[in-house]
Design a protein. Structure first.
Length: 405
């Protein structure tokens, strides 16, 4: 149970201060009033400081993952459906969380609710709960179906996490392999070739053209290596700055969507995420305008977010959502066509679910295609570089041996 510090006035008018464990601040206040005391203040002890043992616990340093939030929300939904109160459910979820940071967050949410805030307002104060979850919880509080919308929020978070993992897997593997290939190439050029050069110069023989080429490349890297590192580091810093600047980030994301194959993967993933999340919001009773406002901050690609923002403005002005989402380098074209059908039939949420299922399957296919294309290309590149160096080495040995006869 969480510990609370309290300040109260007893029946004799004396001020009483202390610390006591209780299921919640409400339970503690009821217990103090049962003694005839006037409760002046109750604060959760975790708010005043963190114990030394907890601060030294390595688990307290671990960040809160999406899967941790999903599990906590799933537990909340089950307990609410079983008849537990929201505060008791939050307390139980906090006690069973493996992440100490999430435990503290859930306890702060409990305190904010006890102070009079709504559940949605308390969640909105913490970045681990995205806007989609907060919006669904707000709707659930208004309709009385909190357990139902929490389950939908968990489903949306799970789908989003899976999509992000799929895209990251598709993009990260080629990137890592490419870095490995560059590292192997640099090792050959900076370590193997200089040693080979010393051996070759000692022979005093005419060198094959490939050997001369490798020696020139190695010499260039040794002379300009520091400058190249500085330029590369500066480019990386500029890229980080550009990513954190909204105007430049939008341009970078727009360019990324135009890259062959990779851009298509990102567009398909963005379309699947948008369709799934918007369908859940609409089915839960959120208006189209509020749902689009939530979707603006849900996606990671700023160009797609800008497309959603323009679509919301068009809908606000009385236009259709399908026309507002039209963009040659934005969402996939079928999304607008299917939304037009959904708007005409009045079943937009069902149509969006169908679109999400279609593009989620398409994303899996694209990722397999990307892996099938990238892996052989990387193998050929790495094998070509290493093979070229070794062939050059043996040609040099052969030339030296032939000349010595």
């Amino acid at each position: 149970m969480p510990a609370f510090t309290f300040t109260a006035r007893d029946t004799g008018g004396r001020t009483q201060r202390g610390m006591q464990s209780a299921a919640s601040a409400v339970v503690l206040a009821s217990e103090l009033r049962s003694r005839g005391w006037l409760v002046l203040d109750i604060q959760i002890a975790a708010e005043t400081g963190v114990g030394l043992t907890e601060s030294l616990n390595p688990r307290g340093w671990l960040p809160v993952r999406s899967v941790d939030v999903e599990l906590a929300l799933q537990q909340l939904a089950v307990m609410l459906r079983s008849g537990l109160t929201l505060l008791n459910a939050l307390h139980t979820a906090a006690e069973h969380s493996d992440r100490l940071k999430l435990q503290r967050i859930l306890r702060r949410v409990m305190v904010r609710i006890e102070e009079g805030s709504s559940f949605a307002e308390a969640l909105a104060e913490h970045r681990v709960f995205n806007n989609l979850t907060v919006q669904l919880v707000r709707v659930g509080e208004q309709t009385g179906n909190l357990d139902v919308v929490i389950v939908r929020a968990v489903e949306a978070m799970e789908r989003r996490r899976q999509l992000v993992q799929q895209v990251m897997t598709a993009l990260t593997y080629p990137f890592i392999v490419l870095l490995a290939a560059i590292a192997v190439s640099l090792f050959m050029v900076l370590n193997v070739i200089p040693k080979l050069e010393i051996f070759i110069k000692a022979l005093g023989r005419k060198l094959p053209p490939t050997t001369v080429f490798l020696m020139d490349v190695s010499a260039w890297f040794r002379v300009n290596g520091v400058g190249l590192l500085v330029v590369t580091g500066g480019a990386l810093v500029a890229l980080v700055v550009a990513i954190n600047m909204p105007t430049l980030r939008g341009g970078l994301d727009r360019m990324l969507l135009r890259v062959p194959l990779i851009g298509r993967v990102l567009r398909v993933a963005g379309t699947a995420l948008f369709s799934r999340a918007l369908g859940i919001l609409l089915r839960s009773g959120v208006t189209v305008l509020d749902a689009l406002r939530t979707m603006e901050s849900l996606g990671s690609n700023k160009h797609l977010s800008a497309v959603v923002a323009r679509a919301r403005q068009r809908v606000f002005a009385g236009g259709g959502l399908a026309e507002g989402l039209a963009d040659p380098h934005g969402f996939m074209p079928m999304l607008g066509q299917m939304i037009a059908v959904g708007e005409s039939s009045g079943r937009l949420d069902d149509v969006l679910d169908e679109v999400a299922k279609f593009y989620e399957s398409q994303l899996a296919v694209l990722i397999r295609q990307l892996s099938a294309l990238v892996e052989p290309a990387i193998i050929v590149f790495v094998g070509g570089v290493v093979g070229f160096v070794y062939i050059t080495f043996f040609l040099t040995i052969y030339a030296a041996a032939g000349s010595s006869k």
